[in-house]
Design a protein around this ligand. Structure first.
Ligand SMILES: Cc1ncc(COP(=O)(O)O)c(C=O)c1O
Length: 426
């Protein structure tokens, strides 16, 4: 794109310097920089703008609520928070009838789910999987399945977090096996892991139905079914971290609905606030027990954010919304698969669901694949596309996760631009 601005030097005082791109405003699936260049946001902001930028119903809710009351201490009720509890129970899987609303971000919500499981089971240990991302508090980097998050922080790390191989990580060990077969191997290894690596005091197993930061890996259904059975047999609480897969991203309300295998708890954040901070832990009745001050943050249950969350849930629940996400998602999948076929030397796999897609890139060496992925994301800006890459695995996955309000016409433009980007760069 002509005129991509490179001279917006950020103020020196930043602890970390952001890029030179200065966003001026956004509308729908687009944002504009300070030079007037328009970008299609293929990352929905930070994977949290499910209804895109400046959705009129969200803006109206913010304006109206800001004039009434912004914040109420969580020991009192407010209309928006009461409505949010009811709305979340309404859209959640049947077994999840209780809503914990006292965290304001994803890391806090997953950590809260761990506390709830520990309290309910009287156990302390937690299992998660390679490639997972559950947040960046010290507990959550310990839960997340990647070394680079933990590497800079020596000492003082929490204990009792175990990481087990995910089906995807077994591909290198068992090349040529189907995802379902790999899922069965992963389950067998998990049984061994519990037996020999842990103290068999597992409170919770955490899993993302599709890995958000870890390369858009879709968990095989049989693997999730096996986890469900293992948790039932051993009295372990199964937690789906749906901070990226939740609220329509997969074309279903939850990743659990997409998989057809249901957990005991779901955490949601990101898309729930449409840009405002709010998170929720959805859980079964039997998991009540955490004290009111055991996991309670100042910005939890924020009234302004709750008023926005209610709009978002209402819009996503409209009868035409999710079928349209699936239709647009099917189209995007078809175009990405065609692109992968044309560039089969460099695109190893297209995987995902709904509007959550990842393209795994290959090249002569793993590092070359990472470099290619980063180049595509960088050059994408010149084609009017904001793309993000997976930082996990080899960092060789290009993510395509536009706002869920994307129309077929906008999806066509996005895919045309992706085709041009690949023609030019690969
Ligand atoms: C699946 C998943 N869980 C947890 C988190 C942490 O959320 P937050 O950054 O709001 O703390 C993220 C953030 O990327 C995520 O993708």
């Amino acid at each position: 794109m002509e005129g991509l601005r490179v001279h917006n030097e950020p103020p020196q005082g930043y602890y970390h310097q952001p890029s030179n791109l200065l966003v001026d405003h956004g509308k729908g699936v687009h944002f504009w920089d300070s030079d007037g260049n328009r970008y299609i946001d293929c990352a929905s902001g930070t994977f949290n703008l499910h209804l895109g930028y400046s959705h009129p119903e969200i803006t109206r809710a913010i304006r109206e609520q800001a004039e009434r009351v912004l914040h109420v201490t969580s020991s009192f009720q407010s209309g928006p928070v009461n409505d949010l509890v009811e709305n979340l129970v309404r859209v959640s899987p049947e077994n999840l009838t209780r809503v914990h609303l006292k965290s304001s971000g994803g890391s806090e919500a997953v950590e809260g789910a761990v506390k709830i499981a520990q309290q309910a089971t009287g156990r302390d240990e937690v299992i998660s999987f390679y490639r997972s991302h559950h947040g960046q508090t010290l507990n959550m980097i310990e839960a997340s399945g990647n070394a680079f998050r933990r590497k800079p922080f020596r000492g003082g790390q929490p204990h009792g977090y175990y990481k087990a191989p995910d089906p995807y990580s077994l591909r290198r060990v068992f090349p040529g096996k189907s995802d379902e077969e790999l899922g069965q191997y992963a389950l067998a290894l998990l049984e061994e892991h519990i037996e020999y690596a842990t103290s068999d005091r597992i409170a919770a197993i955490l899993i993302e139905p599709i890995t958000g930061n870890g390369g858009n890996v879709v968990q095989p259904r049989g693997f999730l079914r096996g986890l469900r059975k293992l948790c039932d047999e051993r009295g372990i609480v199964l937690v789906y971290d749906e901070i990226q897969t939740g609220l329509g991203r997969t074309g279903h309300m939850f990743g659990a609905d997409h998989a057809g295998v249901y957990p005991d708890m779901i955490t949601v954040a990101k898309g729930l606030g449409g840009g405002l901070p709010i998170a929720a832990i959805l859980c079964e009745e039997r998991l009540l027990g955490l004290g009111p001050n055991d996991h309670s943050f100042t910005f939890g249950a924020n009234v302004l954010a709750a008023s926005v969350a209610n709009v978002i849930l209402e819009v996503i629940s409209r009868p035409e919304f999710l079928p349209r996400v699936r239709r647009v998602g099917d189209y995007v999948e078809q175009r990405l698969r065609a692109l992968a076929e044309r560039h089969s030397r460099n695109v190893a796999e297209v995987r995902g669901a709904g509007l959550m897609w990842g393209l795994e890139l290959t090249a002569d060496s793993p590092q070359d694949a990472v470099d290619l992925t980063n180049t595509l994301a960088h050059d994408g800006l010149g084609h009017g596309l904001f793309l993000r890459t997976s930082r996990y695995g080899y960092g060789n996955v290009l993510k395509v996760r536009p706002p869920l309000v994307m129309t077929l016409g906008e999806a066509t433009e996005m895919c045309d631009r992706l085709d041009e980007l690949f023609e030019e760069t690969v």
